[in-house]
Write a protein that binds this ligand. Structure first.
Ligand code: 13P
Length: 253
């Protein structure tokens, strides 16, 4: 049975005290919830990872990084390596987010190197893909997503691919308040699962968690998560409020 996941991507938000308050509030609320086979992941900014990990020891969530370097080690000022994060016991990392592609010029080639680093250090990697509005309007959304996945993920062996979670995040839905409809999400998720089946076989595809991200909130999550190929969500803005985030978590249970 494939894992259901709700992951909070905090992006570059909150000061330390706010971050500690939020994560403590989420931990408190999780105490009253039986997650069963579902997983909650919190991806705070780098400086807050240790604090998050400390709280996670007593709670029922995992901690993820929002980014990793595509370099292994050495003189790369400002970078944070997969090796460093692995040595802190961070379990998850996000790779290929559209904001990294847009603002930091991350290409499919760089993203593929980051995935290699993440795999080498045994992270569960949340790989983000998704089309721009103009690409969807031009009817190219399936091709764009296929190319992103083929270039960055499909070089992996079947064994390596087991540590990949896919997040479909249409760029036009991120931070806009305009979410993909449940039908649009399901259509793309089913397409992605078929792609995975054609590369790794049906059994692997059936085990792969495919998350939806883009203006997901407690109101739209139940219907989106009810789709057969949607296995949870990667949540931005709505993950910055404990009550809202917990309602989203409940929507996958
Ligand atoms: P929003 O939920 O704020 O639209 O962000 C989604 C996202 O980018 C998660 O990675």
């Amino acid at each position: 049975m494939r894992l259901k996941i709700v992951a909070g991507n905090w992006k570059m938000n909150l000061d330390f005290e706010e971050a500690e308050d939020l994560i403590s509030a989420i931990a408190d609320e999780l105490e009253n919830i039986d997650l069963g086979h579902a997983e909650v992941v919190i991806c705070p900014p780098f400086p807050y990872l240790e604090m998050a990990l400390d709280i996670a020891i007593e709670s029922d969530f995992s901690v993820g990084a929002q980014n990793i370097s595509h370099f292994d080690n050495g003189a790369y000022t400002g970078e944070v390596s997969a090796r460093m994060l692995a040595s802190m016991d961070v379990d998850y990392c996000i790779v290929g987010h559209s904001e990294r592609r847009k603002y930091f010029n991350e290409t499919d080639e760089i993203i593929a190197k980051k995935i290699d680093q993440a795999i080498e250090h045994e992270f569960i990697t949340i790989f983000c893909c998704g089309e721009l509005l103009s690409e969807r309007q031009a009817g190219k959304h399936f091709d764009v997503v296929r190319e992103q996945i083929e270039k960055a993920v499909f070089p992996l062996s079947e064994k390596e691919f087991y540590n990949i979670v896919i997040a479909y995040e249409p760029v036009w839905a991120i931070g806009t308040g305009v979410n993909a409809t449940p039908e649009q999400a399901q259509e793309m998720h089913a397409y992605i699962r078929n792609l995975i089946a054609s590369r790794y076989g049906k059994d692997v595809a059936d085990e792969t968690s495919i998350l939806y991200g883009g203006s997901c909130n407690s109101k739209n999550a139940p219907e989106i998560f009810a789709q057969p190929d949607v296995d949870g969500g990667l949540i931005g803005g709505a993950s910055l409020n404990a009550d809202e985030f917990i309602e989203i978590v409940k929507a996958i249970l």
